[in-house]
Design a protein around this ligand. Structure first.
Ligand SMILES: Nc1nc2c(ncn2[C@@H]2O[C@H](COP(=O)(O)OP(=O)(O)O)[C@@H](O)[C@H]2O)c(=O)[nH]1
Ligand SMILES: [Mg+2]
Length: 247
């Protein structure tokens, strides 16, 4: 049985798309028309202090840009969640890695009952950026970090991509997780705590595109260390975290 998705005041689907941008002008330009036309009641950007014209480009296209208060991708996501006006939220990075046509598919999973819907780069039919690379270190690290939290806290449903930032969720459910991880680790903390809590996590296969312009903000070694720290802290806090956890 399929039911029509609910509509916001704008007549578009009752969901907020939060763009995360930090000097992302080339990717943003390439994706702009898709983002303006996306079937979502609200689209706005949390910007990390872009100096390359990203802000002007978005504002010229009528997309609201909010300058994040605290530094890093983690705080940008948390602040964006607080500002969004819908219960359904999609986080989208306009750097070329993510395909806007997956947005309605993620929202469909929420409509079907999921609390957290992840675009996975590791399902049959998926592609990840390193599929053509001889030694795909990032993809291996991704899978290793993913295996760890599945092994520790999974209650039946294996999550194949615990880290990808391209995801949709019910804002009220994710607020309960009291996320506070810095930088690129925010989604890993989100998935870990969602597993601990037994939230309904579902995935769609996605085909990760190549970065369109600029450079990654996630240098391999410091990012790997940051992930290890988040994993260690989640293990220390235990299955009941964050409830009652010292923060
Ligand atoms: N708002 C905000 N966005 C960020 C920040 N750091 C990275 N991003 C965005 O997050 C997305 C993913 O970053 P990226 O460098 O591509 O990471 P990678 O995909 O892991 O290589 C991009 O759209 C970036 O512009 C930040 O500090 N603030
Ligand atoms: Mg990227």
């Amino acid at each position: 049985m399929t039911t029509e998705p609910s509509r916001g005041a704008s007549g578009k689907r009752a969901a907020s798309v939060v763009l995360l941008t930090f000097n992302e002008v080339e990717g943003t330009r390439a994706l702009l028309s898709a983002l303006v036309e996306v079937d979502a009641d609200e689209v706005f950007a949390m910007d990390g202090g872009s100096q390359d014209g990203t802000v002007e480009l978005l504002e010229h296209a009528g997309i609201r840009v909010v300058r994040q208060v605290r530094k890093g991708r983690g705080p940008a996501l948390i602040e964006g969640c607080d500002l969004a006006r819908n219960e359904y939220l999609v986080v989208f990075s306009p750097d070329g890695n993510e395909d806007p046509s997956d947005i309605p598919k993620l929202l469909d999973l929420l409509d079907a009952g999921a609390d957290l819907a992840i675009a996975s780069r590791f399902l049959p039919g998926s592609r990840n950026e390193e599929d053509d690379v001889a030694l795909p270190f990032r993809a291996w690290a991704n899978r290793a970090f993913g295996a760890a939290v599945n092994l520790l806290w999974n209650r039946g449903r294996f999550v194949t991509d615990t880290i990808n930032g391209f995801r949709a969720f019910r804002r009220s459910k994710i607020a309960e997780l009291q996320l506070d991880a810095p930088g690129m680790t925010i989604e890993y903390q989100m998935t870990s705590r969602a597993l601990k809590k037994g939230l309904d996590i579902r995935e769609i296969p996605t085909r990760e595109g190549d970065r369109i312009g600029g450079e990654t903000h996630a240098p391999a070694i410091p990012t790997g260390i940051a992930f290890l720290k988040v994993l260690a802290r989640e293990i220390y806090l235990g299955r009941n975290a964050p409830a009652g956890a010292a923060r």
